[in-house]
Write a protein that binds this ligand. Structure first.
Ligand SMILES: [Zn+2]
Length: 308
């Protein structure tokens, strides 16, 4: 399985973090941590050998309630919902109350998982499916310890991953047409627009211009002949790669702004000549309008700027 697509929120916050001071940098940090946990889970799932269908990052709606399923696995006899967590350090649980050992309360991760199971069950019933649903919090970080965890907690800790895998792989029955129909139905029910609201507001004028480093957070890349080099970490890329990336970043941040030679010139902090930008845009985008009103549109929704 490929590395899962980064959520739109994480992607935008990463881009913004390179060009402004975020209101809540700790939120980006927690998204990054969560993302690492999800990637670990995806990798681990490669070892599941029994017949099953794995669906990632489903945004679904039942009646008026939105819910997100991180990882849903359809097995012949049941459905599993797995929620990857990448907590590290020492925590304790006391009934419904979760906290760090030092007593700092954290959100009980079970609540969200239980809500998700309830809504998914109702949704499946409305489709006419009655497969049982099981759920697990998947603690993927070996440096996580949860004191006083009750045995009935629907969780898998790193020391239990191998055994849990054997349980999943014990299923030998094949999936039927109806399982595949369910997967198709769930995929088609996916919400197409991003249901999350980005908490961070930003405007074009407020963002730092220039070619920012692809690797480090605050690095600015400086032009040297046909290359851009990061002053902080030394990362190197060709001018061609920098143009593609910088235009893509602009379009992700400002999907409603018109793409023009002038704005790309300004967005790159004038580090790439207008002629090169115009040539690049003409070659890779669809030209609209003429004269000073010329602007460019992506060829289609796929990322045509990545093709040479
Ligand atoms: Zn750098």
């Amino acid at each position: 399985m490929d590395e899962r697509e980064k959520s739109a929120e994480l992607m935008l916050l990463r881009l913004l973090n390179k060009r402004m001071r975020l209101d809540a940098p700790e939120h980006l940090h927690s998204l990054e941590k969560g993302f690492v946990g999800e990637c670990h889970l995806d990798k681990w799932l490669n070892s599941v050998t029994s017949d099953c269908i794995i669906l990632d990052d489903l945004w679904l709606q039942h009646k008026q309630s939105l819910f997100q399923v991180d990882t849903l696995i359809i097995f012949p006899e049941k459905i599993f919902i797995l929620d990857a967590k990448n907590y590290s350090g020492d925590y304790k649980v006391d009934g419904d109350y979760w906290s760090t050992l030092r007593g700092h309360e954290i959100k009980n991760p079970l609540h969200q998982l239980q809500r998700c199971v309830t809504l998914l069950r109702q949704l499946l019933q409305s489709f006419g499916y009655t497969l049982p649903i099981e759920s697990r919090l998947m603690f993927m970080n070996p440096e996580f310890m949860l004191y006083q965890a009750p045995p009935e907690l629907p969780a898998v800790f790193t020391s239990q991953l191998d055994r849990f895998l054997r349980t999943l792989n014990a299923s030998t029955a094949p999936l039927s047409k109806s399982h595949h129909a369910l997967a198709a139905k769930l995929t088609s029910e996916q919400l197409t627009t991003n249901p999350f609201a980005l908490q961070q507001s930003y405007s074009y004028d407020q963002l730092r211009k220039g070619v920012v480093c692809v690797r480090c957070v605050k690095g600015v890349m400086k032009r040297e002949h046909n290359h851009f080099t990061c002053a902080s970490c030394g990362t190197n890329e060709t001018v061609h790669q920098s143009i593609i990336r910088t235009i893509n970043e602009f379009m992700q941040l400002f999907p409603d702004k018109k793409l023009t030679t002038q704005i790309v010139f300004e967005w790159c902090a004038q580090q790439i000549g207008e002629r090169s930008i115009r040539k690049f845009l003409t070659k890779n985008f669809i030209k609209k309008g003429s004269g000073t009103a010329t602007y460019y549109e992506a060829r289609d929704s796929t990322d045509s700027a990545n093709e040479r």
